[in-house]
Design a binder for this molecule. Structure first.
Ligand SMILES: Cc1cc2nc3c(=O)[nH]c(=O)nc-3n(C[C@H](O)[C@H](O)[C@H](O)COP(=O)(O)O)c2cc1C
Length: 323
């Protein structure tokens, strides 16, 4: 039995976000409120077999605490998907996800990610090659409802005829990026098709969900098995912990979590990853309290990870609280 078959519905998943959901952030999220499944940031199958291999392998770091954890991959060459799937299986991941939704120009130009919506033949070859290399590890796909225009039925019909175990649909076209509201109404069509073509495939909805409660409502409303949440976690890191009321989290708690995150980042990469990526988390932790703007400005001026940690530890808001 693969892990997807063991999880109870509704399945709540932290969405893969490049530059955000690395092993460090996933460990922090595990600490404050764990989702049912984690995905890695996407990794290029090309990169895993090139000189830049080390960086790609860094993205595939994970700890036991994060299980079940799915490695997400992208590219165009079925042979490389086959080899990558073998590698991911060897690394001990719980599943493999193929990215067929990213709208980034550089990926689309190569014919990868969301461009595969317009190339069903290659998309099917990639799925087949990945399943072959995965040696029984469950393979899933994350996609959108179209490239320029909405083609939900045609595209889902293609994907639902494969042996994938789960299908995550971000309910926007690639051209829409993340701007207009997600077209949740399209979900009814997807579920109807799934029930007809391949009832075993789990359907995961994605787009604009900000709380576990909202996710559960969507699952009930559309008869889907799960929901994936991305940007919502940056507004509330405790989002997957239904026992925590975000209003009850003190500035103290937030700063402490920031420090924990910074120290874990330091221990994990030991200078091998630019510390600037940590600055986007400053906004995520230092918000919604009196004086947050000033604190943020102070932290954003720091020039190194050590300085950022140091200044965070000396913040008056931290020092004023004694346990
Ligand atoms: C900073 C950022 C990075 C992202 N990187 C990835 C990625 O690596 N792979 C992927 O499938 N989607 C990626 N996405 C898309 C998200 O997984 C998700 O589909 C999208 O944000 C919509 O969900 P949301 O409204 O809950 O944020 C990224 C989104 C953001 C904001």
């Amino acid at each position: 039995m693969n892990f997807w078959e063991k999880i109870k519905n509704p399945i709540l998943i932290l969405a893969p976000m490049d530059g955000v959901t690395d092993t460090v952030f996933r460990q922090i999220v595990t600490f404050v409120g764990k989702p049912d499944v984690f995905f890695t940031e996407f990794v290029a199958v090309d990169a895993l077999f090139s000189e830049g291999k080390e960086k790609a392998l860094q993205v595939l770091k994970f700890t036991e605490k994060e299980r079940p954890v799915v490695a997400q991959i992208w590219g165009t060459d079925p042979e490389k998907f086959y080899r990558t799937a073998k590698l991911i299986e060897k690394l001990g991941f719980d599943g493999i996800d193929i990215n067929m939704g990213c709208p980034d120009k550089s990926a689309v130009k190569k014919g990868a990610c969301s461009a595969l919506i317009g190339n069903p033949k290659l998309a099917l070859e990639i799925i087949e090659a990945t399943i072959k290399g995965a040696k029984g590890l469950p393979v899933s796909v994350k996609t959108r409802i179209g490239f320029r225009k909405i083609v939900t039925e045609d595209w889902m019909e293609t994907l639902l005829q494969t042996q994938i175990v789960a299908l995550t649909v971000h309910l926007r076209t690639a051209s829409e990026m993340s701007k207009p509201p997600a077209h949740w109404e399209e979900m009814a069509k997807i579920v109807k098709l799934r029930n007809k073509i391949n009832p075993k495939i789990l359907i995961i909805g994605n787009g604009d969900i900000k709380s576990a409660e909202e996710a559960e409502k969507k699952c009930k409303k559309y008869g889907i098995e799960g929901v994936m949440i991305g940007r919502g976690i940056l507004e509330n890191v405790y989002l997957f912990n239904e026992n925590v009321n975000p209003e009850s989290i003190t500035p103290q708690d937030k700063i402490k979590l920031l420090i924990k995150h910074l120290e874990l980042f330091n221990d994990t990469y030991q200078g091998d990853k630019p510390f600037e990526m940590m600055k986007k988390f400053v906004k995520c932790y230092v918000n919604n309290f009196k004086g947050a703007v000033g604190v943020r400005e102070r932290l954003m001026k720091t020039k190194s990870l050590n300085e950022l940690i140091d200044v965070s530890k000396k913040l008056p808001v931290v020092e004023s609280h004694h346990e």
